[in-house]
Design a protein around this ligand. Structure first.
Ligand SMILES: CC(C)(COP(=O)(O)OP(=O)(O)OC[C@H]1O[C@@H](n2cnc3c(N)ncnc32)[C@H](O)[C@@H]1OP(=O)(O)O)[C@@H](O)C(=O)NCCC(=O)NCCS
Length: 357
């Protein structure tokens, strides 16, 4: 039988088959790979105001897909595309399907006048890196994912008041977030209204999961939200890195004498809360530390095992989090220009909607 590959728009009936494919598609190499589980492939796309998912069929059977969304730079000048994912059933890999899908997605992006496209690639995902490099993408920056195990309650210094945001005073937090991220590539400053919409748009987030820290003078000095993304996706190590295996051995011994972090088994899903929309007065890193300790205790109360942030490698949060001994993963940002030059990706703002793997 001759092979016929066709590419068509996603339809709701594809969901089950796509979930099956994603389960067969850990992202990584033979030593370390991330497994992803979702209830609905399309749920993540509803956070964007536009999106396209293109499905590849080989002789009538879904073999893979690609997704993208078009974004606009703050000055409303430049449009650019975010490639959310590209996935090919292992039974159909290395036959050029991902290459075809990327070309189609790029065509769509260019039709909508995107100046460039970018995507995230998990550092150990060699197949994906080689694929995108072959398609003309280059590494722009490495986004850090520091994760701390939340297993031991920490003392929160009493000189700060830490409360969930009062939506009538949301503008104070918005001013701090805007100042913290000012000048970062891809950052669009919020208004009180757009920030409230953002809190509501992201599933399982909302103002009840966003905290502000005030100092003795009642001045806002830090803020952060916690996002439970398990409604959209769950992550596990499909193949666990050697460093984690080694740590488990050490903690296994220590567990007889003290409290130790919980590490899920290979294939067991992490219980993670993501630290999002954080900002702090850089002269007062202690205020951010107080908030991290508070959120650590909250995570324990919520029976979660990890807090994780997503940050530019130069972000000041990394310095603060270092004291809590995080394990840090890297996802590289790759990009390709369609016209002109790429913007500088140094001091890169991470859009939390892009964090669904
Ligand atoms: C990455 C992935 C999408 C590639 O799909 P594919 O249809 O097999 O890719 P193609 O056949 O178009 O490959 C094009 C080129 O990419 C590179 N490449 C793709 N897979 C590779 C692999 N496993 N090892 C090394 N190079 C690879 C090669 O240069 C290849 O060209 P070649 O086959 O002529 O050597 C697929 O492996 C996959 O679904 N992986 C799991 C999910 C994932 O990691 N997705 C990306 C992040 S969202």
């Amino acid at each position: 039988m001759t092979t016929v590959i066709s590419i068509r728009p996603f339809s709701e009936g594809d969901n089950q088959r796509m979930i099956e494919i994603e389960r067969l598609c850990p992202q990584g190499d033979e030593n370390c790979a991330m497994g992803v589980d979702k209830k609905a492939i399309i749920a993540r796309y509803k956070m964007y105001d536009n999106w396209d998912v293109l499905v590849a069929e080989e002789n009538g059977k879904v073999a893979g897909w690609i997704g993208l969304t078009l974004k606009t730079a703050p000055e409303q000048k430049e449009k650019y595309a975010y490639i959310t994912e590209v996935m090919v059933d292992p039974a159909f890999q290395r036959t050029g399907i991902a290459t075809r899908l990327i070309k189609e997605a790029e065509k769509k992006a260019q039709e909508t006048e995107a100046a460039y496209a970018y995507c995230y690639i998990y550092e150990p995902n060699k197949a994906s890196r080689l694929l995108f490099e072959k398609m003309g993408y280059s590494k722009m920056t490495g986004i850090k994912f520091p994760g701390i195990s939340t297993y031991k309650k920490l003392d929160v210094p009493p000189e700060y008041s830490i409360k969930t945001v009062d939506t009538k005073k949301i503008d104070d937090a918005v001013a701090l977030i805007n100042e913290y991220n000012s000048g970062f590539t891809h950052f669009t400053p919020f208004t009180g209204q757009t920030f409230e919409s953002h809190l509501k748009l992201v599933p399982s987030y909302g103002p009840e999961n966003f905290w502000v820290v005030r100092d003795m003078d009642s001045k806002i000095v830090a803020c952060a939200g916690l996002w439970d993304s398990s409604e959209l996706f769950n992550l596990c190590y499909a193949r666990e890195p050697a460093a984690v295996k080694a740590m488990k051995l050490v903690f296994g011994v220590l567990s007889h004498v003290t409290k130790v972090p919980k590490f899920p088994a290979e294939g067991e899903y992490f219980k993670i809360l993501y630290i999002v929309d954080y900002a702090f007065d850089k002269r007062q890193p202690d205020a951010m530390m107080a908030l991290l300790k508070y959120l650590n205790n909250f995570s324990i109360d919520m029976r979660q095992d990890f807090l994780m942030a997503m940050t530019d490698p130069e972000d000041d949060l990394l310095e603060v989090m270092k004291k809590l001994k995080p394990q840090t993963e890297t996802w590289n940002v790759f990009a390709k220009p369609f016209e002109g030059n790429l913007p500088a990706f140094s001091q890169f703002y991470v859009d939390i909607r892009d964090m669904v793997p």
